[in-house]
Design a protein around this ligand. Sequence first.
Ligand SMILES: Nc1ncnc2c1ncn2[C@@H]1O[C@H](COP(=O)(O)OP(=O)(O)O)[C@@H](O)[C@H]1O
Ligand SMILES: [Mg+2]
Length: 244
Amino acid sequence: MPREYISLRAVTRIYQRAHSQLAALRDVSLSIGEGEFVGVTGHSGAGKSTLLNLIGGLDRPSGGSVVVGGTDLGALDEDALAVYRRQTVGFVFQNASLVPALTVLENVMLPLVPLPDAEADKLRRVEDALAEANIEHRASHLPGELSGGEQQRAAVARAMVNDPRLILADEPTGELDAENAGRILALLERLNRQGRTVIIASHDRRTIAGTRRVLHLREGTLVGDGGRTAEPRPEHGDTGGTQR
Ligand SMILES: Nc1ncnc2c1ncn2[C@@H]1O[C@H](COP(=O)(O)OP(=O)(O)O)[C@@H](O)[C@H]1O
Ligand SMILES: [Mg+2]
């Protein structure tokens, strides 16, 4: 087991509704080592996005603690949490969510804008990220001029330009055909091989087939946590079964 990097202790996230409460996560405890490649699966509504958002500092738990790299996120105020997100985490979402009025290069530059580094250094880092994500030929284009696969590669370039220790990918291939999905997953795997901790959430087992450990959520509860060396057995499209 590599050095512990992420630790969740008795994490609960309760959403308040008009006349009821919904526990999106219930008493989840887990530990993820530095440099692990982890998949999170479970049906729609199982709590996958909630889990990633808590680890990424986009949301706060109703109870329990989330510690990343020795920092208890619960102890950070909003400004410090924003710094954590910017410096430590690279997010990839289902929709590339690029800024439509900015070129690909400008979009990938965005995370670097607040940094004091020299412009030439920033530009070099953007160019490296664009090359790594295989999208440098579209640098001067607007997102609307790109295919879905190209937009998502630009989004991965943006997620990695800050050299984050942690990559969180939430249904990163949800809008892509098989070929483009494969390219995004290969890219995420490469980022992991470079030493980053990578967590991919998807209801689709194929999306997390390359990960080396699978966390299985069902109705907010962690019902499976398994390492593996081979491909998972086909489950006839059922993503709800307990993985044991
Ligand atoms: N902002 C919110 N307000 C209320 N309920 C929410 C909110 N976000 C998620 N939920 C609920 O929490 C549960 C888990 O959601 P989510 O983490 O998005 O699941 P998944 O990503 O596995 O599909 C679902 O029942 C969802 O409806
Ligand atoms: Mg989700």
